[in-house]
Design a protein around this ligand. Structure first.
Ligand SMILES: O=c1ccn([C@@H]2O[C@H](COP(=O)(O)OP(=O)(O)O[C@H]3O[C@H](CO)[C@@H](O)[C@H](O)[C@H]3O)[C@@H](O)[C@H]2O)c(=O)[nH]1
Ligand SMILES: [Mn+2]
Length: 730
């Protein structure tokens, strides 16, 4: 810069408080008074219970309301101090003056199964980030293949060739959609038609290989390529194989077709042995942390799921707006662990019937936590400071090498990278406990982000209008429910680890943050009120036993206030969020009830069983394959039941019970003229019936492949019959 007058550094971001903070807090105070009044009513009623069965029914309803109140209180963590941020990547040049001064960026992409996660999709994700609007020689992309599949390696070998054309094309033409599949599927006229042909031939090749299930020799162009696949010989299985590490592109050595640098592209399939536990995705990411540490050691790390392609080439610059210090001299913000972008999805149906958008989890709640210590880590679309993986912000990492500036990846570097990917490397180290991604939870993301905040790290939520990344959401109900069950189990593992959010979290981060994490950790508890409210009012309705105050009773208004207050605020939060519609809110509350009766319930049971020593659980990877028939129904917003899954059984049973009790109950109350006493119960079962319409359709009316499996329908009918018959005995 010499003596040239330095221009003033312009602001990189700004923060403003959400105007809802004050109304939220007033509402919280009033609502808590309502809850207290409700508990008073409960206790009095319990005390005066006339019979033993009614005592237990009242007790169950009390427990259900305690859980609802608990979850409501936890939820206030997100509403306590929501904020909005804005970032100004256009001002970045006033702070980082030269492109050469940009910090290096390592991108981690995880994949685990070439049949559930088609390699062409993984390749698209990788190409979209390699084409970031960022100096290419600063980027290294590491692909972790837990599937240990030659199909995936083949796909990346092809991707490396295609990248030489794709990257300069995107930069020269200032393309915004840098995920090739998305770009070529859009209707824009490609200024370079050969490129489309090239892409399609690559895609056909990759898909052909996947269909065949192996890479045949004819597809490989030379000895070097054949050598890459020499590992896959007899004895090689997904669970048992040596480390395979391949540098497919080496920056500064390899040029694109215009003679510019390319990013590094490294394929890693860590060593797997049947005798060692591999810790699923957390284990995979920790291997990438060490492998990348040996090769490029960038101070910035982006973690991505294999389906989360970049939708905006500016994204790393947006992240930098928070990560660099205003007086930047190769120094990253000292206590900021990560910048989290929301997870957003490309093919969600208009009304989002499965609630896969998870608007609260990915957009509303993070903005709430952002006003406190910062959002939770959600596993993908997150820019970390490497230092955050190695201890608290105060700890210096002098023992480790600084950003590696060697121009070539030497044999000794490769050897080191091989060694750190071996499955015994972590023995007797603090990897997974104090370093890297933390083990012990199927939701490694929540667990890791939470423990980082306990160590004193701050985090930031960045939610630009154009989604930074777009991924695939489940398109069948079974996938959506099993995904939620896995999350729930992982969250319970956080809730019952020795860093309990309610004690440790509230103390070491702050009270509302501890509540927010508690809300996630105990998600599964929701199954208790959802099941209670889905069954008890209905079964008692059958025998005309009133559970709630009658309409003229002042306590009726207490219930009405509590219900409308909670639903109303929820609706408001939802529709005020970007892209929120009433229809989506409706789907969201409906799927919440279904999850309650299936995912949450199963998670609670499985977790409890594992705690008393019965079987553990695995990471069931969500399928990203699109079946045409299913996808057609999904686009029309039709529920996909199809497979016989135990997850459908409780919601189907509850739906049947509610339909029966609603009709019978309505009949008898009209006959006996006790409508006012039974109003709330009729209302609740009617509400469940309306929400269950897609279930009845799938059980009784549909004939397509997505209808409920006959086995499930029959079982649900039998159980419903048994439950109703038993309840009439009381
Ligand atoms: O043993 C495994 C299992 C999974 N994965 C990868 O983990 C990612 C997420 O798996 P997916 O089946 O797509 O799960 P989701 O439920 O969609 O993922 C959400 O939930 C996970 C925690 O349960 C987080 O890790 C993810 O980032 C978050 O998007 C994928 O890229 C997988 O390839 C591995 O690398 N190794
Ligand atoms: Mn996923």
């Amino acid at each position: 810069m010499g003596n040239a007058p330095e221009t003033k550094a312009l602001p990189l971001h700004k923060l403003e408080l959400d105007p809802r903070i004050i109304p939220n807090r007033i509402h919280a105070v009033l609502y808590s008074c309502g809850i207290l009044a409700l508990f008073y009513h409960h206790i009095v009623r319990l005390w005066n219970a006339p019979t033993i069965p009614s005592f237990f029914i009242f007790l169950t309803m009390l427990v259900a309301d305690v859980v609802l109140a608990f979850m409501w209180a936890m939820n206030q963590g997100f509403r306590w101090r929501p904020v909005r941020r804005q970032e100004f990547p256009e001002n970045l040049p006033s702070v980082i003056r030269e492109e050469s001064e940009f910090p290096k960026l390592d991108v981690f992409i995880c994949t685990a199964d070439p049949y559930k996660e088609p390699p062409i999709g993984v390749v698209n994700t990788a190409l979209s980030v390699m084409a970031f609007d960022y100096p290419a020689e600063k980027i290294s992309v590491y692909v972790s293949d837990d599937g240990g599949s030659e199909l995936t390696l083949f796909a990346f070998m092809e991707a490396a060739k295609f990248a030489r054309h794709w990257l300069p094309f995107c930069k020269e033409n200032k393309i915004v959609d840098r995920c090739p599949e998305v770009y070529f599927a859009s209707n824009v006229v490609c200024p370079l038609p050969e490129l489309k042909v090239m892409y399609e031939s690559m895609r056909d090749k990759i898909e052909g290989v996947v269909e065949k299930g192996r890479v045949s020799k004819e597809l490989l162009e030379n000895d070097h390529e054949q050598q890459l696949f020499s590992h896959w010989k007899t004895g090689f299985t997904q669970q048992d194989h040596p480390t395979i590490l391949q540098v497919l592109l080496e920056s500064k050595k390899e040029m694109d077709v215009t003679g510019s640098y390319l990013p590094n592209l490294v394929y890693v399939s860590r060593e797997k042995r049947k005798s060692t536990h591999h810790n699923f995705k957390a284990g995979a990411l920790n291997v990438l942390l060490r492998v990348s540490g040996a090769i490029s050691n960038a101070p910035l790390i982006l973690t991505l799921d294999c389906d989360m392609y970049s939708n905006d080439p500016q994204t790393p610059r947006r992240a930098l707006c928070f990560l660099v210090q205003p007086n930047w001299r190769k120094m990253l913000n000292s206590n900021l662990a990560f910048v989290q972008f929301p997870q957003q999805f490309s093919q969600i149906d208009k009304n989002d019937i499965y609630g896969c958008e998870h608007k609260r989890l990915y957009q509303i709640n993070p903005a709430g936590m952002d006003g406190l210590a910062g959002p939770a880590y959600v596993g993908s679309g997150c820019f970390f400071q490497r230092r955050a993986f190695y201890g608290p912000p105060s700890a210096s990492r002098e023992a480790d090498d600084p950003e590696r500036d060697t121009d070539t990846i030497t044999a000794s570097i490769l050897q080191l990278a091989q060694d750190v990917a071996s499955c015994n490397y972590e023995q007797r180290t603090t990897w997974g406990t104090k370093m890297g991604l933390r083990y012990g939870s199927l939701s490694e993301d929540l667990h890791t982000g939470y423990l980082m905040q306990i160590e004193g790290w701050k985090t930031v939520f960045c939610n630009p209008v154009r989604p930074a990344f777009l991924g695939d959401a489940p398109i069948t109900l079974n996938d959506a429910l099993s995904q939620n069950r896995r999350w729930c189990i992982g969250q319970l593992e956080v809730g019952f680890c020795n860093h309990n959010p309610l004690t440790v979290g509230t103390k070491h981060i702050c009270i509302p943050m501890g509540f927010g994490y508690g809300f996630y950790a105990y998600w599964a508890f929701w199954s208790i009120p959802i099941l209670s409210y889905g069954l008890l009012p209905q079964l008692t309705l059958l025998s005309n036993y009133p559970l709630f105050p009658k309409v003229s009773d002042p306590r009726f208004y207490l219930y009405a206030y509590l219900v409308l207050g909670a639903y109303g605020q929820d609706l408001l939060d939802f529709v005020l969020a970007r892209g929120g519609t009433i229809q989506r809110w409706w789907s969201d509350q409906r799927i919440w009830m279904m999850r309650g009766a299936s995912s949450f319930l199963f998670a609670l049971l499985q977790f409890s069983l594992s705690r008393i020593g019965f079987s553990g659980f695995g990471f069931n990877v969500t399928s990203k394959v699109v079946d045409d028939d299913q996808s057609k129904r999904h686009k029309l917003g039709i529920f996909e039941f199809g497979v016989p899954s135990p997850l459908f059984l409780p919601p189907a049973t509850i739906a049947v019970i509610n339909l029966a009790t609603f009709i019978a109950g309505l009949g008898t109350t009209l006959q006996k003229r006790c409508f006012s006493e039974m109003f709330v119960q009729i209302f609740i079962s009617g509400y469940v019936v309306i929400n269950s319409l897609p279930i009845y359709e799938a059980m009784f009316l549909r004939s397509d492949k997505g209808k409920m499996h006959i086995k499930t329908t029959m079982m649900a009918l039998c159980i419903a019959y048994a439950v109703i018959a038993a309840s009439l005995k009381f």
